[in-house]
Design a protein around this ligand. Structure first.
Ligand code: PLP
Length: 495
């Protein structure tokens, strides 16, 4: 095919776009409606999907006009073999949030396909993100120090994930140390034994740990009876390190831990950082899941102390109706973040950059970046702050029903207090029963929940817990009824 023919085909492809989008729209509506009746998951053997896909890519394409067949094939071959994360009976991990405005914003972003690495490479991409980050700082009650429009150096950007955000925080923290003359081989990082694995992973990525068990420069601080970082243990550990000639560089605290939703005492941690002296460690707050609830004033107490943090992240893709991926990352000193990753080859040199515009290219690892702000802007414009509050409050109420069921059931007990939409419980009796319950529930497929282990009780032994996380957009009373029915039936067979 000559190039002109190829271009002509592309033009006819644009004509076919409407039909294709109509077809995808029909598929999307029928898929989303089907979730009410579908199981959340079905058993799939490794290799089952691979078997249905040719080993080599096709030499000849099928033409854009016949794309309908591909949509059908994708539905038959792949959709059936996915876990349906948008199912209203998905109570596992932390669900992935979504909504119609978010999906449409994502689609528009895919059509535009801009790269907002520099302000000048797509001005609206950067400026919308700047404004949306400031909107979100207000929505979550963050202080002015994290805002572009209210501070000299604060601001935020959209990262893909909280894991990327903690890497960015870590390199910024290290930059702050080294710019003050600290030897980079001496720096140490602190987090709790309940922090997400992404913190230790960030230390591994940044060369502070050889593997997940390497504790030469990563300190995993014990937690108290409520699974919150023990600030006395943190102080002890930091002082011991300073005594040994090391330099505490960063503390990562969590608001809403993955296993149980525990909230680290940000104020006491900030006090410790201030009191141990030496180089002041960077405080990063990981509020990836729970942070979304700060949109409701009544849930902001958990964030108390964040006004003393250097950076914070919250993931709208977990609980704020914005589809994956979307992590909001704010810093108090954007200069140090940018310095930590700034490198400017000739092809990125730009007059606008020199005049001081925000260029997001050095706020994260990747150079290129897509227009993620569009979907978030659509979500905020469509629902408004009140709508987002209702969404969170509705889920919290549904989780309270699960909590009441646990409290009234003689075969199970709460493993800890409910946190927002997360209820953790265990089966009374033999220690293996809780994990067996989760396994059997998930094997049935009607609902999906998660198992974890946490140090609870007098001896702080690792105990199994079952986690029910209420967070998918379509979840309602009937789905909680189904969850309870499933739990009761499996408990009947277990106990
Ligand atoms: N932090 C917390 C508290 C989490 O619960 C999770 C994931 O569940 C993460 C970080 C990692 O999130 P991401 O997938 O955005 O990297």
């Amino acid at each position: 095919m000559g190039h002109d023919e190829w271009v002509a085909q592309r033009e006819s492809g644009i004509d076919a776009l409407g039909a294709g989008i109509d077809r995808v729209t029909q598929w999307a509506q029928s898929y989303l409606r089907s979730l009410a009746d579908r199981d959340v998951r079905t058993d799939v053997e490794w290799g089952e999907v691979l078997k249905g896909i040719e080993q080599s890519p096709p030499m000849e394409g099928c033409s854009i006009e016949s794309i309908e067949g591909l949509i059908q094939e994708a539905d038959n071959e792949f959709v059936e073999r996915l876990v349906h994360w948008q199912s209203p009976r998905f109570f596992a991990y932390f669900p992935c949030s979504s909504s119609v405005p978010a999906i449409l914003g994502e689609l528009m972003s895919a059509v535009l396909n801009v790269n907002g690495m520099l302000w000048s490479t797509s001005p609206a991409c950067t400026e919308l993100e700047v404004r949306v980050m400031d909107w979100c700082a207000q929505m979550f009650g963050l202080d002015d120090g994290f805002r572009f429009d209210r501070s000299e150096k604060g601001g935020g950007c959209i990262q893909g994930t909280a894991s990327e955000a903690v890497v960015a925080a870590l390199v910024a923290a290290r930059r702050r140390c080294t710019s003050r003359g600290v030897d980079r081989s001496k720096v140490t990082v602190y987090t709790s034994d309940q922090a997400h694995s992404s913190v230790v992973k960030a230390a591994m990525v940044c060369g502070l740990a050889d593997d997940a068990e390497d504790r030469s420069r990563v300190r995993v601080i014990e937690t108290d009876a409520e699974l919150r970082m023990d600030s006395v243990a943190l102080e002890r550990s930091m002082r011991a390190d300073i005594e040994a000639g090391l330099v505490p560089m960063m503390v990562v605290a969590t608001v809403g831990t993955t296993s149980t939703g525990a909230v680290d005492p940000l104020g006491s941690i900030a006090d410790v950082i201030g009191e141990v002296g030496g180089h002041k460690a960077w405080l990063h707050v990981d509020a990836a899941w729970a942070g979304a609830a700060a949109v409701c004033p009544e849930h902001r107490g958990m964030m108390e102390g964040v006004e003393r943090a250097d950076s914070v992240c919250i993931n709208p893709h977990k609980w704020l109706l914005t589809n994956f991926d979307c992590d909001l990352f704010w810093v108090r000193d954007r200069d140090v973040l940018v310095d930590s990753m700034s490198i400017t080859p000739a092809y990125l040199r730009d007059k606008a950059s020199e005049s001081g515009v925000v260029d997001y290219r050095d706020w994260h690892i990747a150079l290129g970046r897509r227009m993620r702000s569009l979907k978030l802007w659509m979500v905020i414009r469509c629902f408004g702050i009140e709508g987002l509050r209702e969404h969170i409050r509705g889920h919290v109420q549904l989780a309270q029903r699960v909590e009441r069921w646990v409290e009234q059931n003689s075969r199970v007990e709460l493993a800890c207090d409910r946190m927002l939409g997360l209820v953790c419980f265990r089966v009374l009796g033999d220690s293996g029963l809780t994990s067996e319950l989760v396994e059997r529930i998930n094997a049935r497929g009607r609902v999906m929940i998660t198992h974890s282990t946490v140090p609870i009780g007098e001896g702080r032994a690792q105990e199994s817990i079952a986690r029910v996380s209420v967070g998918t957009p379509g979840v309602g009373e009937a789905d909680i009824d189904t969850l309870i029915e499933e739990l009761e039936e499996v408990l009947d067979s277990l106990c």
